[in-house]
Design a protein around this ligand. Structure first.
Ligand code: ATP
Length: 239
């Protein structure tokens, strides 16, 4: 496995009630890099992200974070242990201000005392959020809401950020800024698991990628190898 594995997903089955979506999926997230989850609509990426964050129960399998078994930990405990989900669709609290949204991201017992420093750091990364700190989140543009959702995640001082389809519905220029941000956070030492549909841009920023098809890992490898793989080119890169 690449360097140290931060998150180990072994043989995971999960879904919604009787409907199983993930059918024994295994993967590893290496420490200090970007690991990508690629796959078409409905492949199971969001279901996996929710299962990792503890929003959906494990039906089978095991999750280990830094070696510790977190398979049945509550979602707030996973946050305290350093794993934070930035959900698909941003899910900011629309009627709360930017500042209030950020504060909520930092209320866990591990980071609560440092919320001011953490908010300063988030404002340093996203000066626009500071300019708009008193505004209701609903009044922000889609790109700004995504930045707020990422900022809210950073307030919890994550070691591992689960970033689910952050560019969904954003204009190309804004999506480009999000990819640049992912690269920046990675360079600052954050580990990221990034779910995306833009295969080309994602492989450019990721170190390693897993292609999910029908709730299983169809193929995986270092990003540069996948980008050169004829099957990937044909199925996902439109060549
Ligand atoms: P997308 O890009 O659409 O988010 P995805 O790869 O993230 O795709 P999932 O959202 O994980 O895919 O969906 C996987 C499967 O689970 C799909 O067949 C979907 O219809 C089903 N599914 C998703 N959410 C629910 C739900 N709340 N209840 C029942 N089935 C669901």
């Amino acid at each position: 496995m690449r360097n140290t594995t931060m998150l180990e997903v072994s043989n995971v089955a999960a879904g919604y009630g009787a409907s199983e979506v993930l059918h024994g999926l295994s993967l590893g997230v290496g420490k200090g890099g970007v690991t990508a989850l690629l796959g078409a609509n409905g492949a199971g990426k969001t279901t996996l992200m929710k299962t990792l964050a503890g929003l959906l129960p494990l039906q089978r399998g095991q999750l280990r974070l830094n070696g510790a078994d977190i398979s049945h930990r509550e979602s707030h405990e996973r946050v305290v242990q350093g794993m934070v989900l930035v959900p698909e669709g941003r899910m900011v609290f629309p009627s709360l201000s930017v500042r209030e949204n950020l504060r909520l991201g930092g209320i866990n017992p591990r980071t609560r005392a440092r919320w001011r420093q953490n908010m300063e750091r988030v404002y340093h990364i996203f000066p626009k959020l500071q300019q708009r700190e008193a505004q209701a989140a609903a009044t922000l543009s889609g790109g700004e809401q995504q930045m707020l959702a990422i900022g809210r995640g950073l307030m919890a001082e994550p070691q591992l950020m689960l970033l689910d389809e952050p560019t969904l519905g954003l204009a190309p220029l804004v999506a480009k800024q999000i990819f640049e941000l992912v690269a920046r956070l990675r360079n600052e030492g954050l580990t990221l698991l990034l779910s995306e549909q833009d295969v080309r841009k994602t492989l450019a920023v990721a170190d390693y990628a897993y292609v999910i098809e029908n709730g299983r890992v169809a193929t995986h490898g270092p990003s540069d190898q996948l980008a050169d793989d004829p099957r990937i080119k044909e199925a996902y890169l439109g060549r």
